[in-house]
Design a protein around this ligand. Structure first.
Ligand code: ADP
Length: 176
C-alpha cells in the first residue's frame, strides 16, 4: 500500500530492510548500540564491521533518541540507529518514547539531507510493543512529520512478515 502526503510517498512493503536502496535505513537498536538479534543483528551482519566500530565510538543512545553512522556494505548512505521503548504494560511513557524514536530518526535524516528512509517496525519484536499500537504510532508520527518537512520524499516501512504488514495497512487506512 502507498499513500501521498503533499509531495511525499509513504509506502508499506513486506521485505528485508537490509536490501533497501533508500538513503537511510533505520535500525531498531538497543541503548548500548551493541547489536543483537532481530533487525539489529541482520543490519550489522549485512553492513559489515565498520558500523559496529562507529557504534562503539558513540557508545550509548537512550530510548527515544537516534544516532547516525555510515552504512558499510549496505546500499544506503546512512544507518540511523534508534532505540524504541521496551513495552512494560503501556504506563511507562512507551507511546511517547516510540513516537520520539520515529521523529528523531526523521530529524536526523533531514539533517543529513536524505530524501528517502526505510523503517522497520520499531519495538514490535523482542521489545514487545503491541503490534497495532506500534503501527499506529509509527504511521501517525511519520505522516505528521512529512506534512511539516518537505525534504523527505519517500518513507518506506519494510515489514518482515505478512502479519506485521497487515497491521500497518489496517492502521494506515484508518489514518487517511
Ligand atoms: P525490537 O527490539 O525494537 O522489538 P526486533 O528486531 O526484535 O526489534 O523487531 C522489530 C521488527 O523487525 C519485528 O517486526 C521483526 O520481525 C522485524 N525484523 C527482523 N529482521 C528484519 C529485517 N531483516 N528486515 C526488516 N524487519 C526485520
Amino acid at each position: 500500500m502507498e499513500i501521498n502526503i503533499n509531495e511525499a510517498v509513504i509506502s508499506l512493503v513486506v521485505g528485508d530492510i537490509t536490501k533497501e536502496k533508500t538513503d537511510v535505513i533505520v535500525n531498531a537498536a538497543n541503548s548500548g548500540l551493541r547489536g543483537g538479534g532481530g533487525v539489529d543483528g541482520a543490519i550489522h551482519r549485512a553492513a559489515g564491521p565498520s558500523i559496529m566500530a562507529e557504534c562503539r565510538q558513540i557508545g550509548y543512545c537512550p530510548a527515544g533518541q537516534a544516532v547516525v553512522t555510515t552504512a558499510g556494505n549496505l546500499q544506503a548512505k546512512y544507518v540511523i540507529h534508534t532505540v524504541g521503548p521496551v513495552y512494560r504494560g503501556g504506563t511507562k511513557g512507551e507511546d511517547r518514547l516510540l513516537e520520539s524514536a520515529y521523529r528523531e530518526s526523521l530529524e536526523q535524516a533531514v539533517r543529513k539531507k536524505a530524501a528517502s528512509i526505510s523503517f522497520p517496525a520499531i519495538s514490535a519484536g523482542v521489545y514487545g510493543y503491541p503490534l497495532r499500537e506500534a503501527a499506529r504510532i509509527a504511521l501517525k508520527t511519520t505522516i505528521d512529520f512529512v506534512k511539516e518537512n518537505q525534504r523527505i520524499e519517500l518513507v518506506r516501512f519494510v515489514l518482515f512478515s505478512r502479519d506485521v504488514y497487515d497491521a500497518f495497512e489496517e492502521e494506515l487506512k484508518k489514518l487517511v
